[in-house]
Ligand binder design. Structure first.
Ligand SMILES: [Zn+2]
Length: 283
């Protein structure tokens, strides 16, 4: 019933035994599908392996802004070859992180651009990480054609029953760009969706003082929202501070249901369908 659209089952500290135990728990839970998201070359390889191994697992491959100081042309080439593997559905997570600045900003920008170019070359969905870099993330996405008409022409249109994008009920263009763990304003969320992006929210939407993400969820129709854990990070309330797992996506979906005054089952079903469409998964 649930799709955790962004997790790191591939996290560097996951032992084979931890992966096996986690897989068993996922298989017993209400989580039907998980996308395992790469953040560097080794984790991208593991994500692709996990996708090949587990029926419920899909993968994204890419280099996170934190890891771009170590990136080179060979890394990009290896990411490209991983992207062609079966059940690897997207390039990501890529973007900018000016909060931690773990890599030089010039390297973050360079490899963000190169990986958007790669996603365009391969006509693949893009998973974006953006922290304290709202404007520059948007500018680079636009400059590299992530919202171009050409890119939108590669993907089927998506439903827009409330007429949020076009002003009347029907369908709207899909650029297959996902802003993961969205932390921006309601205005930015609206701007992104109207450009063709999709917004994903994680555990922080359950945190007591997080009015900003609540506002963004309130203004967006459910048709443009995904839910995720970003596990093992960002455990939702009431598990905040613990190691996060994909099953906890339920707390985020329940919080979204409460914010939008919807039934939890409807939020679970619709966000799962949205995530399957975003990642191009047909089941
Ligand atoms: Zn992540």
């Amino acid at each position: 019933m649930l799709f955790d659209s962004h997790a790191h089952i591939n996290n560097y500290d996951m032992t084979p035994q931890m992966v096996a135990e986690l897989a068993a728990l996922i298989e017993e839970s209400d989580v039907d599908l998980v996308t395992d998201i790469g953040y560097d070359l080794p984790s991208s390889k593991v994500a692709a392996e996990n996708a090949a191994r587990f029926p419920w697992c899909y993968a994204a491959v890419g280099v996170h802004p934190h890891d771009t100081d170590d990136m080179d042309e060979m890394t990009l080439y290896m990411i490209k070859s991983l992207a062609s593997k079966e059940k690897v559905q997207a390039i990501g997570e890529i973007g900018l992180d000016f909060h931690y600045d773990n890599s030089l900003r010039e390297n973050q920008r360079k490899w963000f651009r190169e990986q958007i170019k790669l996603a365009n070359e391969l006509k693949m969905p893009i998973v974006i990480h953006s922290r304290e870099a709202d404007q520059e993330t948007m500018d680079i996405l636009k400059e590299e054609g992530a919202f171009s008409d050409e890119r939108k022409s590669w993907f089927p249109k998506r439903p827009d029953p409330s007429g949020f994008c076009k002003g009347s009920a029907g369908e709207t263009e899909d650029a297959r760009v996902l802003i993961h763990c969205f932390s921006g304003s309601a205005e930015l969320a609206q701007q992104y969706v109207r450009l063709g992006a999709t917004i994903s929210v994680a555990g922080p939407v359950t945190y007591k003082n997080n009015r900003k993400t609540v506002a963004a969820v309130s203004v967006l129709p459910i048709d443009f929202l995904l839910v995720e854990t970003d596990s093992p990070f960002l455990a939702p309330e009431p598990l905040r501070g613990k190691r996060n797992v994909p099953m906890n996506v339920e707390y985020t979906a329940k919080r979204v249901a409460a914010i939008k005054n919807m039934e939890y089952e409807d939020v679970a079903r619709i966000t799962k369908a949205n995530a399957m469409r975003f990642y191009g998964i047909n089941e």
